[in-house]
Write a protein that binds this ligand. Structure first.
Ligand SMILES: C[S@@+](CC[C@H](N)C(=O)[O-])C[C@H]1O[C@@H](n2cnc3c(N)ncnc32)[C@H](O)[C@@H]1O
Length: 267
């Protein structure tokens, strides 16, 4: 089974991911580490990627299983773990699996889906498959935390399609490649709430050679109450909806994030 995320298809994304300024500077790591400390081991991170959140969580002393469908992202995570102490390495287990259907044979106190992997699920069927699979893996009063972007109405109505926009700050890889990135909304499927995007990486190698790499992927956006209904259908009770990782309440910022914190209901 593959996703529509591009992460399994293009190895270059895993290679560049940890160097992208916007990812490196995301203000969410402390929030997820605090949540893991409050819940205690064991934690499950779904869509763990290269370990951006997983490694700091293990450093904080928590046992964590990281699950991801992309062998490329997991390979980078494994490589990064080699630089960690044996104690940190010993707290981490990585699993290559699809978030819609997996069976780990154990239960967790907390499951997180940081930085929007859930939006790569493009149908209600897939969203519910993921949430019910996680529900099955949580202990009696286990917690799920997932974040998605809060859809900006202005973006949905006015964003031009078919144009490469918004050059981001350039970044560098340790081997000396200089990279700038632009993004394109290729098409908007408003009936299914799915946008098709491209992230376009312009790479200049140390010898001057230039390369253009395209990461094509699709994201489904969801609104606040849709998220709450999905979680309720999957057997969760929503405890908080935050607009940001500083825990400000939904509605205090626009568009902000949509961070759902929900507890498993005993059914
Ligand atoms: C934006 S990255 C987020 C990675 C990490 N959580 C972080 O915060 O940096 C999205 C991740 O979701 C993973 N992903 C997408 N669809 C998936 C699926 N169906 N099952 C498991 N992982 C998936 C991708 O491989 C990728 O690593």
């Amino acid at each position: 089974m593959t996703s529509n995320s591009g992460y399994e298809e293009y190895a270059f994304i895993a290679d560049l991911y940890d160097h992208v300024t916007l990812y490196r500077d995301r203000p969410d790591v402390g929030f997820f580490v605090d949540a893991a400390e409050a819940a205690g081991s064991q934690v499950l991170e779904v869509g763990c990627g290269t370990g951006r959140v997983l490694i700091p969580t293990a450093r904080a002393g928590l046992d964590i299983v990281g699950l991801d469908l992309s062998p490329h992202m997991l390979a980078v995570c494994r490589r990064r773990l080699l630089d960690e102490s044996e104690a940190v390495q010993g707290r981490v287990q990585l699993v290559e699996a699809d978030m819609r259907h997996f069976e780990l044979g154990r239960r967790f106190t907390l499951a997180t889906i940081p930085f929007r992997p859930f939006q790569h699920l493009l149908t209600v069927e897939d969203q519910l498959a993921c949430l019910t699979t996680i529900h099955r893996h949580l202990a009696g009063d286990g917690v799920i935390i997932l974040d998605v972007f809060n859809p900006s109405l202005d973006f949905l109505v006015n964003r031009p399609t078919g144009e490469e926009l918004g050059e981001e700050p350039e970044f560098f890889t340790p081997d000396g490649r200089r990279i700038t990135r632009r993004h394109k909304t290729v098409a908007q499927d408003r009936f299914n709430q799915v946008n098709h995007f491209e992230l376009v990486y312009y790479v200049t190698h140390p010898d001057g050679r230039e390369e253009r790499l395209v990461h094509a992927f699709s994201l489904r956006y969801l609104f606040r109450f849709e998220g709450e209904h999905l979680l309720a259908r999957a057997g969760f009770e929503v405890e908080h909806v935050h607009a940001d990782y500083d825990r400000s309440p939904y509605g205090s910022k626009y568009p902000g994030e949509l961070v759902f914190v929900a507890r498993k209901k005993d059914v």
